[in-house]
Design a protein. Structure first.
Length: 64
């Protein structure tokens, strides 16, 4: 059951990641390329990010 929950936590693709953080496709792609976002490129060439890690990333930045 925990594995299924983790799978639901994933956001696949630059567009959906951008919508989650309120940025355009280009802005999100640039942020990923520069290493600003916790996302990785998968074998198929798509980027994937954990919703939980994105939230943690922005909460940490807001606290700093």
């Amino acid at each position: 059951m925990a594995e299924q929950k983790d799978q639901l936590d994933l956001i696949w693709g630059v567009g959906p990641i951008g919508r989650e953080i309120g940025r355009t496709y280009k802005q999100t792609y640039h942020m990923i390329q520069c290493g600003y976002l916790p996302a990785v490129k998968q074998v198929g060439g798509r980027y994937v990010a954990s919703r939980r890690k994105l939230i943690e990333f922005f909460m940490k930045e807001a606290a700093a």
